[in-house]
Design a protein around this ligand. Structure first.
Ligand code: HEC
Length: 244
C-alpha cells in the first residue's frame, strides 16, 4: 500500500495536472467512438490470404457443388431381392406377365360392352366368360377381332343382335395381346393350350381373312372350324422366344 501511495504522490500533491496525466493515455490507445480500434494492415493481409486459400480449396474439391461427387463412377447397384420363387431369374418379370398386362390395357376398349368382368350385359352384350367362341381355337377369334360381327349371333344359347366392331385399326401386337388376355383371363382352355396368341399369328390372320370386306355373319364364322388355330410358333412363357 505504501508504494501505491508513492506512485500517486505527484497527483495528490497537485504537481501533475489531470490533463497531462491523461494525454499519455490517449496517445497510447487511440480509441474510436464505440471503443473499436482500427484493424491493422497485417490482419487484413492475413485474412485475405486465408479467404483466397480457403476459396481455392473449396473450388478445387467441390466439383461445382454437383451431387455427382457422391456417386462413384464404378458404382454398381446391388441386385434387387427376388420376388419369391426360385432365385434363377432374380426380379425379372416373365414375358407372359408383361404380355397379359398389355392385353389388359387393350381390353379397356372392350369393357363398355363386355364389362371388366367379361360377363357382358344380359340381352345386349355377350359374355366372354363361358363363351364357346373364346374357349375354342384362335382362328375364329382372330377373324372376329379383325372384322367384327353383325348380329344375330348366338353365344351360350342366347341370341345377340347388335354390332361387334372391327378392331383391325389396332396393331397386330395389340390384337394378339387382347386375345391372349381374354383367353387366359376368361376362357376355359383346351388341354395343353397356354392361351397365348402372338403378333406373328395375327399377321397370319390378316392374310388369311383379307378377303373379308364386311363384318362376319354367324354362318360365316361357323364355317371356320371351331378348334382351328392361327399358324405361328408357340413361345416360351418366360422369355417370349419362339419354341423350336
Ligand atoms: C360396342 C360394343 C362392343 C365392343 C366395344 C366390343 N364388343 Fe365384342 N361383341 C359385341 C357384340 C354385340 C357381340 C355379339 C355379336 C353381335 O351381336 O353382333 C360381340 C361379340 C364378341 C365375341 C364373340 C362372342 C363372345 O361373347 O365370345 C368376342 C370374342 C368379342 N366380342 C370380343 C371383343 C373384344 C376382345 C373387344 C375389345 C377389343 C370387344 N369385343 C369389343 C359388342 C362389343
Amino acid at each position: 500500500m505504501a508504494s501505491e501511495e508513492n506512485n500517486n504522490i505527484d497527483y495528490e500533491q497537485g504537481t501533475v495536472s489531470a490533463a497531462d496525466l491523461h494525454d499519455s493515455v490517449r496517445r497510447e490507445n487511440a480509441l474510436h467512438p464505440g471503443g473499436k480500434g482500427t484493424v491493422g494492415v497485417s490482419v487484413l493481409v492475413v485474412s485475405a490470404f486465408i479467404l483466397i486459400l480457403g476459396g481455392g480449396q473449396l473450388f478445387s474439391t467441390s466439383n461445382g457443388f454437383r451431387d455427382s461427387i457422391y456417386v462413384n463412377n464404378d458404382y454398381v447397384p446391388a441386385a434387387r431381392p427376388s420376388l419369391g420363387g426360385d432365385d434363377g431369374g432374380g426380379a425379372e418379370v416373365a414375358w407372359i406377365d408383361d404380355w397379359m398386362k398389355d392385353g389388359k390395357k387393350v381390353y379397356n376398349n372392350c369393357i363398355a360392352c363386355h364389362q371388366a368382368s367379361g360377363l357382358g350385359i344380359p340381352g345386349q352384350f355377350p359374355p366372354l366368360v363361358g363363351s364357346e367362341w373364346v374357349d375354342g381355337g384362335t382362328s375364329r377369334l382372330g377373324a372376329i377381332l379383325l372384322h367384327g360381327i353383325n348380329g344375330p349371333f348366338k353365344v351360350g344359347g342366347q341370341t345377340y343382335n347388335q354390332l361387334m366392331p372391327a378392331w383391325n385399326n389396332l396393331s397386330d401386337e395389340k390384337i394378339a395381346q387382347v386375345i391372349t388376355y381374354i383367353r387366359r383371363e376368361f376362357g376355359t382352355l383346351p388341354e395343353g393350350d397356354e392361351g397365348v396368341v402372338t403378333t406373328e399369328m395375327i399377321q397370319a390372320a390378316r392374310d388369311k381373312f383379307s378377303g373379308q370386306a364386311a363384318p362376319y355373319t354367324e354362318a360365316e364364322l361357323l364355317a371356320i372350324p371351331a378348334d382351328e388355330n392361327l399358324s405361328g410358333a408357340k413361345v416360351d412363357l418366360q422369355t417370349g422366344d419362339p419354341l423350336p
